[in-house]
Design a protein around this ligand. Structure first.
Ligand SMILES: [Zn+2]
Ligand SMILES: [Zn+2]
Length: 284
């Protein structure tokens, strides 16, 4: 060693590879490139990302995050990325222009390289959410009280019914809760809409054992698919007045309402909210 020097600048006090010092090498070889046509597909309702043919990460932010951008950086084979600080340089409704200050380690030294990225952000409802926004359902659970002399107002009855439901719902299996799309308040009780009939039956039976009452199932023809009749199932659970007495009419504060998070009425609002503003997720 010691005899090696950079053919461009003559330095010999640093590691020389292929006749070049790191500084001269970097001038002609980008250490980090951006991938072609980067696109992020985000569900504005639940925050999941489309990865290939699948949707992943429901519950993530509906805004573009540094985690979304990291896969679009292609480091040189001898480069390790230490840190990236993103700055937004421009945006329009269809794409975001960003500059990443990428701290890299290359041949024993650290340096910062700037990478420009123009990211297309595609807001599209995932399969689960589009089913729900489309008011897609295959089954309804009707929660009603048994007929009897009306001692209470309809509103108090509904609150008691909702209290019973909310108290029991955490005991339902995840796939049952996931199938719950939205609930509607009616003068005579509640209608819970579900996207899976088998899960709906399971949930209705579970509620019957937890709450009590009688369960009746009926089906209505609502269309044909692939040459077969398609039915929607209605499961009516009538709760005895005695069970309802165990729940105060105003017991619903603080109960788990996650099963109605995707109520269609709220969805439009949330989708609009998610917009394209960086809102602190990315430094402007
Ligand atoms: Zn040099
Ligand atoms: Zn979604």
């Amino acid at each position: 060693m010691g005899a090696e020097f950079c053919v461009l600048c003559g330095r010999s006090d640093v590691a020389i590879a292929d006749g070049l010092c790191p500084d001269c090498y970097v001038k002609n070889n980008p250490l980090v490139r951006s991938k072609e046509r980067p696109t992020v597909v985000i569900c504005p309702t639940c925050g999941s990302r489309r990865i290939g043919q699948h949707w992943e990460g429901a519950g993530s932010s509906t805004l573009l995050t540094p985690e979304d951008l990291a896969p679009f950086l292609e480091p040189h084979e001898e480069v390790g990325i230490r840190k990236v600080v993103w700055t937004e340089t421009g945006s329009n409704p269809l794409q975001r222009e960003l500059e990443g200050a990428v701290l890299v380690r290359f041949r024993g030294t650290e340096r910062t390289v700037l990478v420009k990225l123009i990211v297309k952000v595609d807001h599209r409802n995932c399969e689960d959410c589009s089913r729900r926004t489309g008011h897609y359902y295959t089954a309804v659970i009707q929660l009603r009280s048994e007929p009897g002399p009306p001692k209470e107002s309809a509103r108090e009855l509904r609150e008691r019914l909702a209290g019973l439901w909310d108290r029991a719902i955490p005991q339902a299996r995840a796939e049952m809760r996931k199938a719950l799309s939205w609930r509607e308040e009616l003068p005579e009780g509640w209608d819970f809409y579900l996207s899976e009939t088998i899960a709906a039956r399971g949930l209705a039976r579970l509620m019957k054992t937890k709450i009590g009452g009688t369960l009746k199932e009926s089906a209505t023809l609502y269309g044909r698919k692939d040459g077969r009749d398609v039915y929607r199932v209605t499961l009516c659970l009538r709760v005895p007045r005695t069970a309802m007495a165990s729940v105060p009419a105003r017991s619903r504060q603080g109960t788990d309402r996650r099963d109605t998070d995707s109520a269609p009425s709220r969805q439009g609002h949330r989708a609009a909210d998610s917009g394209l503003s960086s809102n602190g997720m990315l430094k402007r």
